[in-house]
Design a protein around this ligand. Structure first.
Ligand code: 13P
Ligand code: SF4
Length: 312
């Protein structure tokens, strides 16, 4: 039996739900029950009846599922699948930052460790960050972490002037520069531009949109699933996509009549690509590696995560 059939057999036999992020390798996306963005995956994990979830994504995603589903077993095929953005802040740094801003509300991206989430008032993802910040009374100071590009995008969209932003970045998205945007704008005159808010080009893109520099060009700043939905529903036939290139596989698969061009071919997350079919197979077979979060941390982190799941 080939590895794909063997994975599907084991998954059925052991009654395990497989979740995969939009950046996963094509062959991993193909064996998953659900492929989506961080928010969608967290919701799937929180609402499923399956007793075991195999998370094909990075560690903070599996950890979030372990927190929202304390009675379920959450597995990740490789414990080393981390996130450079989540690594830019730890719980001690956040506690220190909070002590410098007493009374401020701490809003953290889901790309953070469980220890950091335990210190947050609200968790958010790229798809609901704007609405999470809008739900906080205007007179309250906000500490937004850890992504500075998402933070400045949210501050601009909410017109919030009392937001302090942590200077973290994702090495993959920060590598997509305004020069890449300019080159693709020149090259693809009729394409729509889909931009993830973690990109370093996001701030300049927002500025350029505001100052009318894109003219009639369609530019959308969206989460990965927001990009998927937009690509499906838009009448455009050509899209330049500014995020990790793994998303292009699903975009092309679901929209065979449309053309998708990466803003940068180099936007590859090595952590996401650590999850291979061989590791998924071993993970299912041996039910490894279980992601566990200490109860005292999980209980505190759950409050911020539940607030995130409640806001669209
Ligand atoms: P999404 O929530 O948009 O899928 O983003 C997750 C992520 O890690 C982006 O790098
Ligand atoms: Fe983290 Fe960036 Fe990889 Fe997303 S693309 S998982 S933010 S390192």
């Amino acid at each position: 039996m080939d590895i794909k059939s063997e994975i599907l057999r084991l998954k059925k036999e052991k009654d395990i739900l497989i979740l995969a992020h939009n950046y996963q390798l094509p062959e991993v996306q193909d064996i998953a029950d659900y492929v989506g963005d961080s928010l969608g995956l967290s919701r799937q994990a929180a609402n499923t009846d399956y007793k075991t979830i195999l998370f094909c994504g990075v560690h903070f995603m599996a950890e979030t599922a372990a927190i929202t589903c304390p009675n379920k077993k959450v597995l990740i095929p490789d414990l080393a699948a981390g996130c450079s953005l989540a690594d830019t802040i730890n719980a001690d740094e956040l506690r220190k930052w909070k002590s410098e801003h007493p009374g401020a509300i701490a809003v953290g991206y889901v790309n953070t460790s469980a220890e950091v989430k335990a210190e947050l008032d609200y968790c958010c993802t790229s798809s609901n960050a704007v609405n999470v910040v809008k739900s906080i009374p205007e007179d309250k100071e906000i500490l937004f972490l850890p992504d500075m590009f998402l933070g400045s995008y949210v501050a601009k969209m909410t017109n919030r002037h009392n937001m302090f932003i942590w200077a973290g970045e994702c090495h993959v998205h920060a590598g997509i520069r305004s020069q890449d945007v300019q080159q693709k704008l020149n090259e693809y005159a009729n394409a729509e531009f889909l931009v993830h808010p973690e990109c370093s080009c996001t701030s300049s893109v927002m500025y350029d949109i505001a100052s009318g520099d894109y003219g009639s060009r369609q530019v959308q700043v969206l989460s990965t699933e927001g990009m998927m939905n937009h690509a499906k529903n838009s009448a455009s036939k050509q899209f330049v996509v500014a995020t990790e290139t793994g998303i292009l596989y699903r975009m092309k698969k679901l929209n065979p009549d449309k053309q998708f061009i990466p803003m940068s071919e180099n936007a590859i997350c090595k952590y996401m690509k650590m999850i291979t079919l061989d590791k998924v197979h071993a993970s299912l077979k041996e039910e490894k590696y279980q992601v566990k979060v200490p109860k005292n941390i999980a209980t505190k982190a759950q409050v911020a995560i539940e607030r995130m799941l409640a806001i669209n």
